[in-house]
Ligand binder design. Structure first.
Ligand code: CA
Length: 230
């Protein structure tokens, strides 16, 4: 199944998580501090990390940023605080999903399955787009996960690539924000800020601005579309 790193300092929660994940045939390693987690991801390959935000050594947001500095592994953050602003910030900082404590085993399984489905892209019955997409001078290769603009390779994060590939697959079509959240972020939760932040990063990498767009067009209150420059 999946190789999971559990980062949790609470022994009771940690044991319960390990037991549940092992029962579900996942391979589990676990640590109790952020620094140990960083060491783990530097040495082993995981399919998903479950990161408690209340760790003894580092603030959860900091831990997430440091993890993101060294790995693209999907991260599900577990937070005791049901704070919408914080959750949006964490999602923008690279968390793939979140769980609010206390969470049920079913809830965790569902989130993990969604995250794994996304990161693997190709599970049974779910064929990825294999075709190289071309929109103007933009080339997006979903299989190799590479994008180029006018022949120059773009250095994109996983999420930026997913966003670009999704839009490039529908050139000229206005995609509602809700659909982007559902398809690219695979969540029904989130506010416009999540998308706006990623769009602005993507824009910068495409060498354009919201004020003078070339490929990426935001239609306020409606959605986003990607089309060749006029
Ligand atoms: Ca904790």
């Amino acid at each position: 199944m999946a190789s999971v790193l559990v980062v949790e300092d609470d022994q009771f929660v940690r044991s319960a998580l390990i037991r549940h994940l092992s029962d579900a045939s996942h391979t589990v390693r676990s640590v109790g501090t952020a620094l140990e987690a960083l060491r783990e991801v530097a040495h082993f390959r995981f399919d998903v990390v479950i990161l408690d935000l209340g760790l003894p050594d580092l603030d959860g947001g900091e831990a997430l940023k440091m993890l993101r500095g060294i790995t693209d592994v999907p991260v599900i953050v577990a937070t005791a605080r049901d704070d919408e602003a914080e959750i949006v910030r964490l999602l923008n900082d690279g968390a793939d999903d979140y769980l609010t404590k206390p969470f049920s085993v079913e809830h965790l399984s569902a989130r993990m399955a969604a995250v794994l489905r996304r990161s693997r892209g190709t599970t049974a019955g779910e064929q990825p787009a294999r075709q190289v997409l071309r929109v103007g001078g933009l080339t997006v290769d979903p299989l190799r996960r590479q994008a180029e603009l006018d022949g120059v390779r773009l250095d994109l994060t996983r999420r930026e690539f997913d966003l670009l590939a999704f839009l490039a697959g529908r050139p000229g079509v206005v995609v509602p924000r809700k659909e982007l959240l559902a398809e690219v972020w695979q969540q029904s939760y989130g506010d416009d800020q999540t998308i706006d932040v990623h769009l602005s990063w993507l824009r910068r990498k495409l060498g354009e601005t919201a004020a003078s767009p070339r490929y990426l067009h935001t239609l306020r209150g409606v959605g986003v579309k990607l089309e060749p420059p006029q």
